[in-house]
Design a protein around this ligand. Sequence first.
Ligand code: ATP
Ligand code: MG
Length: 478
Amino acid sequence: MLGEGVSPDYFEPTIFHMIRKLLRRVFKGDSTPATPNSKSDRPAVIPVAKHGITRERISQGARRTCDVLQQAGHKAYVVGGAVRDLIAGIVPKDYDIATDATPNEVHMLFRRSRIIGRRFQIVHVMQGGETLEVSTFRAAHDVDTVKDEHGRVLRDNVFGTQADDAARRDFTVNALYYDPSTETVIDYHHGVADLQQKILRMIGEPTARYREDPVRMLRAVRLSAKLGLTLDPLVSAPIQAMAVLIENVPPARLFDEMLKLLFSGHAVECVKRLRDEGLHHGLLPLLDVILEQPMGEKFVMLSLHSTDARVKAGKTLSPGYLFATLLWHEVLANWEIRKARGESSMPAMFEAMDEVLDLQAEKLAITRRVAGDIKDIWMLQPRFEKRVGKSPFRLLEQPRFRAGYDFLLLRAQSGEIDAELGDWWHTFQFADNDAREAMLVADTDPKKRRRRVRGKKPNGGPSEAATDSPTPRADGEI
Ligand code: ATP
Ligand code: MG
């Protein structure tokens, strides 16, 4: 839930808010719902026979946390993405708990817990190896809500009822509450039916909800791709016109959201859908130019396919590597321009790297560490061209060799460079020392060198000299 438009750093005296809200309701009869269809105070209670989530299917930590809260007399449910995913047959990646207990009450009940956030507090409860995020029911916003000039909600920190809590969530499929003690799903907005009909519907009026938080447009794309849902026409219709509002989202949040999207295991589908919705252009700097260059697109798509495969295989992911691939063709394009201006090759390449990185880092708040990783991978690329002397041995010792090599293979696969270079490095790294030395000798054989310069390689492929690849040459010159 930390991904929402509201930073947990905001803390207002919440009891004060609740009392004020109550008084307002009592004296002014103000029971206006925050969003047009948030009035569902009588939710459907769906039995296990209809949704199939038995108690055993949720994590032990989530079960125990709900049990402890309920035994202390509170309401407690698994909420949001986990319930949605379980009904859709996907294993949830984490569990969020919603309760009517205040953060302090939650904290008192769990020895291994800590309150985080200042303005809007949530509690992290540790159970075995799991961390559960426990939040108190919260209302969308009221007259005190602070917004920017475009209507984006900056602070949203009012406790509320369970119905309020359901109404402030984004999509109907995300407003489901699972009670482990009764094995029922509490559904305020027909989310279960929408999930079964494979449709992503907004709670409330989509344009208003996008204005409050433009990131919901990206969430719509990501969730629909992940769950194979169709966007309700009301959800997709305003996106193109409202896409520009994403520019007002703080860069750090955009970066987080982009990472979620790219590491969702459905990055290829997400990017396709971003395009369908007109969201890739002019607003996500990363995807903008890249997807319009045919070579760039092939490279990016190969990278996204391999990222999806890694997610599905449960392998580790490196944001640095992914962003290095996404931005590589920007670097190449920038480098070409510099060379055309007469700048010398290697310095021009380093300048190009810096410029591309600075521009993106500013818009997307790429963290310093990730930026460092990206640059490391890029800087290794020219070194793969040097296949003589001690150079290849030194490259093997580099801590980032593996990432650099994978990146090289991607370049070869996309047709940017000769496949032979990737093959050579494959053989070289797995060979014993004698074989490695022999490879160097073979590579520096004067006859072969002459042949390569004339444009005929032993494997018949285009030579480095013949290809118009902007890749640095073996001698370090570009
Ligand atoms: P996943 O965890 O698979 O990425 P999720 O829906 O669980 O998807 P989270 O960011 O973990 O996403 O959010 C948890 C829940 O908080 C959501 O299911 C939704 O109910 C609510 N939520 C998250 N972001 C928003 C938002 N921008 N606006 C309204 N509600 C939101
Ligand atoms: Mg989640």
